[in-house]
Write a protein that binds this ligand. Structure first.
Ligand code: ADP
Ligand code: GN1
Ligand code: MG
Length: 365
């Protein structure tokens, strides 16, 4: 049993039956603290996900949770309409005893979800079929949200994928150099600056109306989708904290960034890190099969650039966090954010080397 928090008291605030039998840290998310809770209900073990919401980042928890209520309610209705099982095919919030979507223990905010059993969120692609399934899941999610009234949503993290703003934050971190690390990473800083002209590619296309702003997930990593252990099929899209206005190119691109890496996001040995072009094609076909006819020709053209931009931006965010003293992403070792930045920069180099083929594949798909 984990003892970081008073779980007896926290879990007791939610509408769950039985007695708390266990609570352990769970998953590999970089932002929230996730726990798997076991309740013993009349001799039977029932599991839940309990999350301590990162309220340093998500400063308005009430509004964040309102978004999640709206999106999960919407998904639940859609799953029911197609005859599916909402308890497995979307996230289900457990309410507190006074009917709220989260609780506050004085210092921390917690939320609870039904645990999706017999399903896995993978950290890397085991076989192409898994990746294809995740593409179908995120493509369907985009398709589903096309009918969602965006005006109801609060913009949780403004400018989340505004690469120009991310670049400005990076330059500010270099200038401040609060940890005195800038000298050591002069090569990495130069690399980011040399690629600075990439920053406007999607932001400008949105600003000029070339591509539409839609409601998107904005964190479409492979480990944010659950695949059914029995069938291998995509079940549910999870981690809904960043559902906000965005671009299809962001969502497509972030999946490519994470899933088409031959190694882990934080692999220290760069000789293992490559952009796997065949997986890019696999994702492309799954995504386009599910996203529907709503995707515009210009969005389709820019999908490969979504991959380059999301990878560049993420690498820049890891480097920025390294310069700022590792305050944003959870780190588990010395230089962890720097290792992560390196893998992203390597992937960008390889993507740019095959950008022509990536564009052709998107056109043919
Ligand atoms: P973070 O924002 O920190 O990435 P996530 O919401 O993605 O947090 O949760 C972290 C991990 O916990 C996921 O990758 C997944 O393995 C697991 N998880 C989250 N929600 C559920 C759920 N409802 N059922 C089963 N596992 C879950
Ligand atoms: C974070 O929460 P998690 O681990 O799914 C981050 C993403 C990054 C990702 C890099 C809210 O995602 O933007 O792309 O790490 N989420 C937030 O792995 O900043
Ligand atoms: Mg996650």
């Amino acid at each position: 049993m984990n003892s970081e928090f008073d779980f007896q008291n926290i879990v007791g605030q939610f509408r769950v039956g039985g007695a708390l039998a266990d609570c352990v840290r769970y998953g590999e998310g970089h932002i929230n603290d996730t726990f798997k809770v076991t309740m013993n209900e009349g001799g039977r073990d029932v599991h839940y996900i309990l999350q301590r919401i990162n309220n340093r980042l998500f400063t308005d928890v009430a509004k964040l949770m309102r978004n999640i209520e709206l999106v999960t309610d919407f998904c639940r209705k859609s799953v029911l309409a197609r005859g599916g099982d909402p308890l497995r095919e979307c996230l289900t919030l457990i309410r507190t005893k006074d009917g709220k979507a989260y609780c506050h223990d004085g210092a921390n905010y917690f939320r609870m979800y039904v645990f999706i059993e017999n399903a896995t969120s993978y950290q890397s692609v085991r076989e192409p079929r898994d990746f294809y399934e995740s593409a179908v899941a995120f493509g369907s999610f985009a398709n589903l949200l096309a009918d969602f009234d965006a005006s109801q949503l609060y913009e949780v993290l403004p400018n989340f994928h505004n690469t120009k703003v991310r670049y400005a934050n990076f330059e500010a971190a270099v200038q401040k150099d609060v940890c005195g690390r800038a000298k050591e990473v002069a090569g990495e800083i130069a690399w980011v600056r040399a690629h600075g002209d990439l920053c406007g590619k999607l932001v400008d296309a949105i600003a000029s109306g070339e591509i539409p702003l839609r409601v998107t997930h904005n964190d479409t990593k492979l480990n944010n989708v659950m695949l059914d252990n029995a069938t291998g099929k995509a079940l549910a899209v999870i981690d809904l904290d960043t559902v906000m206005p965005g671009s299809l190119c962001y969502d497509f691109g972030d999946s490519i960034r994470f899933g088409c890496n031959s190694a882990a996001e934080d692999e220290p040995d760069l000789s293992k890190v490559h952009f796997v072009f065949d997986l890019y094609k696999t994702y492309l076909s799954g995504y386009l099969s599910a996203v529907g006819k709503g995707i515009t020709p210009r969005e389709k053209e820019l999908l490969p650039w979504g991959a380059v931009l999301m990878t560049y931006e993420c690498g820049m965010r890891f480097l920025t966090d390294y310069l700022e003293g590792d305050t944003y992403f959870k780190v588990h070792r010395e230089g962890h954010n720097l290792d992560r930045a390196h893998t992203q920069f390597r992937l960008v180099d390889e993507m740019l080397a095959s950008i022509g083929e990536m564009e052709q594949a998107a056109q043919r798909a």
